[in-house]
Design a protein around this ligand. Structure first.
Ligand SMILES: Nc1ncnc2c1ncn2[C@@H]1O[C@H](COP(=O)(O)OP(=O)(O)O)[C@@H](O)[C@H]1O
Ligand SMILES: [Mg+2]
Length: 290
């Protein structure tokens, strides 16, 4: 059999996970073909690279304006008509959308925090009174950006500079979620139907644990319930490779959200576990099994 060629959709060639994927692919005797979706414009309907690739791993799609992101997703969809794409564009989209992904998680019977999405500021204020404390998240947010915690509308905590009314006026809709008192959460990495690694992420101060927010990764061993919900969550969203955020509450563990293009850096730094190896092994066995 010829050597396997694995395309890697990247945005930053210096990104830890992009480099780790290149390394893991080479270690397995396969050939990495990193490419940028943003550079495929001139041959959008027939990218010549397709002919060289047996499979594509999406490291990340990158942020951007609606049309740009939409265009990149369409490129992935076109690629996926010809060769396997991990994760599928649909599953990356599902994961990026906190409202739709929570719907899918709930439907699959996975415990999630109590959540309401509304465009009505009176409803939002009633919910705040009822719950006492909540977080508001952008539906398409990432890296803890734009998340705000409220105790009462006038009592803006942390770096909040805007009221719930202002957030609603800007976004048109507010994703409200019960506040879970945490100083750490869990990030579980799922590859296929197995957990490839997991870490605690301790917040630098407060409750936002994202490593890009100054959080610290530490070794973590999941209990069997946590392992089960992580795998089930990835299955519900349709991802092959996922980072599942889990919060521990007094009533048990809940899934906060799922990431379809997670970074492998934190779990490597904390535990020496390189989840890109599992992902590459999975991709190679997929190609060989075709
Ligand atoms: N309901 C919540 N209660 C308490 N903290 C939360 C809650 N939801 C999110 N967080 C904190 O905010 C961080 C980012 O939230 P998350 O839903 O994972 O969005 P992002 O896509 O920005 O990572 C989490 O890792 C956690 O530390
Ligand atoms: Mg998160």
């Amino acid at each position: 059999m010829n050597a396997t060629n694995i395309g890697i959709a990247i945005t930053d060639s210096n990104d830890w996970t992009a480099r780790a994927l290149v390394r893991s692919i080479e270690m397995r005797g396969a050939t990495p073909i990193p490419f940028r979706l943003s550079e495929m414009d001139s041959f959008a309907f027939n990218p010549p690279e397709i002919n060289e690739m047996d499979i594509v791993i999406v490291r990340d799609v990158g942020a951007g304006a609606f049309e740009e992101v939409s265009f990149k997703f369409d490129l992935l969809r076109i690629l996926a008509e010809t060769i396997p794409v991990i994760n599928t564009p649909e599953s990356i989209r599902n994961a990026a959308n906190k409202y739709y992904s929570l719907y899918l998680l709930k439907k699959a019977g996975i415990p999630v925090p109590e959540t309401v999405v509304t465009g009505n500021s009176e409803v939002a204020m009633e919910i705040l009174c009822e719950w006492g404390e909540l977080v508001i998240k952008p539906i398409f947010g990432y890296k803890g950006i734009g998340i705000a915690r409220f105790k009462s509308d006038s009592d803006l905590l942390g770096s909040n500079r805007r009221s719930i009314g202002e957030i609603l006026a800007e976004r048109g809709v507010a994703y409200l979620q019960e506040f879970i008192p945490i100083t750490r959460d869990i990030r579980a990495f799922v590859v296929g139907d197995q957990v490839a690694g997991s870490i605690y992420r301790y917040a630098r101060d407060g409750w936002i644990t994202n490593l890009s927010h100054g959080g610290t990764p530490e070794r973590c061993v999941l209990d069997s319930f946590q392992e089960g919900i992580a795998i089930k969550a990835s299955d519900a969203i349709g991802t092959t490779f996922a980072g599942v955020d889990i919060a521990e509450t007094d009533e048990g563990s809940v899934v906060l959200e799922i990431n379809g293009t997670p970074s492998g850096r934190g779990v490597f730094e904390a535990c020496g576990v390189d989840v890109t190896r599992d992902l590459v092994d999975y991709a190679i066995s997929w190609v060989r099994g075709l």
